[in-house]
Design a protein around this ligand. Structure first.
Ligand code: FRU
Length: 424
């Protein structure tokens, strides 16, 4: 199979490359790009459910939006099973680690509301059982469409397959709280095509998910980012000069890095409502570098496009590595070229002493970064851990040109609104 640049040669834009040379610049524990330590005595949002990916309600321009003074977040959510015999180990103890690790298979979309932008109250499931067409309701984005409270929830319907879908409902407020009503008809939008984006038939470990719709501040059109892998049979990708980049002598060996083929996908809407989409070539590819660029999202600032995406240590290719966290790239126009922020791409990673403390970071336009707690060590050796399944402390970063800096830490799950909409 052709290398990435040859493959997308005749398309409307060239995907930008996150190269192996860029990734060699990633350094864990740089204080300007490392999340402060999360203490093991964190509070949990709920003893009934685990939560992970957090999706604040926002408008199509990216502004985090409250309604009638209520902040709203959606979360991927799964029941905790402290009393289920299936999760009791041979010593009679609840095996929370196994319960947590199994959560992806039973992920459902829930919502929460708050008057303070933290201390979230559980609202409940967004869709009733049976509404979503597949077993798993995976990440996406809730969009407040208007002052009538109409909400489009874009998300991923997974197992069987992975389809980007949307469901329309409405947010209703009272002085006591918030409810989500409607959300009864799920509309499939698109799936991987096997030409630009890898399909399950090409690779059983393919990724195709996490829609993030937005209105381009420059051309005003409706687009959507999503996570993908570059099309082609698993193992057929070429890690050539372009994917390697300018490496020092001794760093030319790419090992088995052809198996890591992440990309940030983009689609454009053919209609105003976002019911009809056309996939375009990826904005960014990481062939030979990393296999997952998840939950891609933008911050539009200073006339630039700041593209953020989350990734893991375990998804890096042979010969390159970096912490779990959020990575970023910047361009002067939507279709690039994108260059890695801070030279490497790393924006906010876990400290090496607590490599799994947080994940699924979402950088908001006000510079606040929300994430969830995965697991935090409770002893020196790091063999004992406490499982999170709850909101992490919010971190403040400053974005300046091609650099970012950690500058502040806030309360657990602090997601303040950037604007309030009074419903009519
Ligand atoms: C990120 C993620 C998303 C996916 C979800 C599945 O944490 O892997 O890409 O939608 O979690 O649980």
């Amino acid at each position: 199979m052709k290398s990435n640049t040859e493959k997308f040669g005749k398309t409307p834009h060239q995907p930008s490359l996150w190269t192996r040379a860029d990734a060699l610049k990633v350094h864990a524990d740089d204080p300007t790009t490392t999340q402060p330590l999360v203490s093991a005595d964190f509070p949990v949002l709920s003893n009934e459910v685990f939560i992970w990916d957090t999706m604040p309600l926002r408008d199509l321009d990216g502004n985090i939006t409250s309604v009638d003074g209520w902040s709203v977040i959606f979360t991927l959510t799964a029941d905790r099973h402290p009393n289920d015999p299936e999760y009791i180990d041979e010593n009679g103890n609840y095996d929370i680690t196994r319960d947590w690790n199994d959560r992806h298979g039973r992920a459902k979309m829930y919502y929460w509301f708050s008057r303070t932008g933290k201390d979230w109250e559980l609202g409940g499931r967004v869709m009733a059982e049976g509404v979503s067409p597949t077993a798993r309701e995976w990440a996406g984005t809730p969009i407040l469409l208007n002052e009538q409270g109409d909400v489009d929830l874009y998300y991923t319907a997974v197992t069987p397959g992975a389809t980007i879908v949307k469901v329309r409902g409405r947010v209703v407020t009272t002085e006591h709280g918030v409810s989500m009503v409607g959300f009864e008809k799920v509309k499939p939008l698109f799936e991987a095509d096997g030409k630009m984006y890898q399909t399950e038939a090409q690779n059983a470990f393919w990724g195709f998910r996490d829609p993030w719709p937005f209105r381009d501040p420059n051309d005003g059109k409706l687009y959507m980012l999503f996570e993908g892998n570059v099309a082609g049979e698993r193992g057929s990708h070429k890690v050539g000069e372009a994917e390697i980049g300018d490496v020092p002598p001794g760093y030319e060996d790419v090992g088995n890095s052809r198996f890591q083929t992440a990309c940030v996908g983009i689609a454009v809407a053919r209609d105003e409502d976002g019911d009809d989409w056309e996939m375009l070539p990826p904005l960014l590819t990481a062939v030979g570098v990393n296999d997952q660029t998840e939950r891609p999202h933008f911050v539009f600032q200073d006339g630039k496009y700041y593209l953020f995406t989350i990734s893991h240590t375990f998804t890096y290719a042979d010969g390159v590595t970096g912490p779990d966290g959020v990575y970023g790239f910047v361009a002067d126009s939507l279709f690039g070229p994108y260059v890695p922020l801070n030279g490497s791409g790393l924006v906010l990673g876990n400290p090496s002493s607590q490599p799994f403390q947080t994940y699924s970071h979402c950088v908001m336009p006000n510079g606040l970064v929300t994430s969830f707690i995965d697991s935090v060590p409770t002893d020196e050796s790091g063999t004992q851990i406490r499982i999170g399944g709850t909101e992490a402390p919010t971190v403040g970063i400053k974005i300046k040109g091609q650099q970012t800096f950690v500058v502040a830490e806030y309360d657990y799950g602090y997601i303040p609104p950037m604007l309030d909409v009074t419903l009519k």
